[in-house]
Design a protein around this ligand. Structure first.
Ligand code: GZL
Length: 312
């Protein structure tokens, strides 16, 4: 776990402070597992600088125990506000109660927790992952509306136990489940990384000769799977249709090149809204319990049109 203090100058005010001096935020990031995460980290760090917020930043390398350690460290340092993207949904109540007892407000960003006690955090800022799964499913239903034969789908799930993996799976299943021709013949985690996505797709290809579609919970696993598909002598985007989520630059390039068929956008650019929310919660102002980001979807034609203007 790497801990760095970065961001604008200014002294750190004590926990619950944020009076005249600049605000200090302790941020625990999931890791650096994907292009999306890299873009999200940049958005948080750049926005803290622009907002004049002193940022203490830690990378948990996708381990919950590292995030819990970082949050405890921020509590000891008496930061004014804690923000984090929980790598998995469960197991946060104890440390969030410690932050609440220390009177340090917590903001969830990107991923949610399944704590029943919603007083443990001030707000959630991020995407509706169920909606993202539904959008992916709806494209598939439209794409195969005239098909009579079974449509064999393999699924590369995100990190086990994470909100995006759970919700993108359930949203997708909710839409395709209405038609029995859609069959998910294999589903396994690729942990949101290219390497694991390639490895799992290689195994899928070995044990399933008739794959029609890949649904990958993020671009990076889809890009790894493309290497596996090409390695098996098949044509990605044609022999096997591919749907992914995120819309990072490399994914959009593959979409424009015809190797991916459809991408559901999930914006990593949460930094500006996060800093606005942080200033409000430190001042004790009311904030919405949930701030959902605006997102869209891309076809191959749309990717060709927007590729040069993408920010990440
Ligand atoms: C989604 C985010 C996911 C991305 C992946 O908001 O948590 O984690 O979809 C990233 O690319 O690794």
């Amino acid at each position: 776990m790497s801990m760095t203090a970065c961001g604008s100058g200014g002294s750190s005010s004590g926990g619950g402070g944020g009076g005249g001096g600049s605000i200090t935020m302790g941020f625990s990031q999931v890791g650096a597992e994907s292009g999306w995460r890299t873009a999200n980290t940049k958005s948080v760090q750049d926005s803290a600088k622009s907002a004049g917020i002193t940022l203490k930043f830690s990378d948990a390398q996708q381990k919950q125990e590292n995030q819990i350690k970082a949050i405890r460290s921020y509590i000891q340092q008496k930061v004014d506000v804690i923000a984090f993207s929980p790598v998995v949904e469960s197991g946060w109540d104890t440390v969030l109660k410690e932050a609440k007892d220390a009177k340090i407000p917590v903001i969830l960003t990107d991923r949610a927790v399944d704590s029943k006690d919603t007083s443990l955090y001030k707000t959630f800022l991020g995407s509706d992952f169920v909606e993202e799964g539904k959008k992916a499913g709806q494209w598939l239903v439209n794409e195969y509306k005239d098909a009579k034969d079974p449509v064999n789908i393999v699924e590369l799930q995100g990190t086990t136990g994470s909100a995006p993996a759970n919700d993108r799976k359930s949203g997708f299943q909710e839409v395709i489940g209405a038609d029995p021709k859609f069959k998910i013949i294999a589903s396994q985690t690729g942990d949101f990384t290219r390497a694991k996505g390639k490895e799992v797709m290689e195994a899928f290809l070995k044990s399933n000769p008739d794959i029609d579609v890949l649904y990958a919970h993020n671009d990076d696993m889809g890009l790894g799977a493309i290497e596996a598909i090409e390695g098996a002598g098949k044509v990605p985007g044609k022999d096997i249709k591919i749907i992914t989520v995120d819309a990072v630059k490399d994914g959009m390039q593959a979409l424009a090149d015809g190797k991916i068929n459809f991408i559901v956008e999930c914006s990593p650019l949460l930094g500006p809204q996060l800093m606005d929310l942080a200033k409000k919660v430190v001042k004790g102002e009311q904030v919405p319990t949930r701030v959902v980001t605006e997102e869209t979807t891309f076809t191959q034609e749309q990717a060709k049109q927007v590729l040069s203007s993408r920010q990440y």
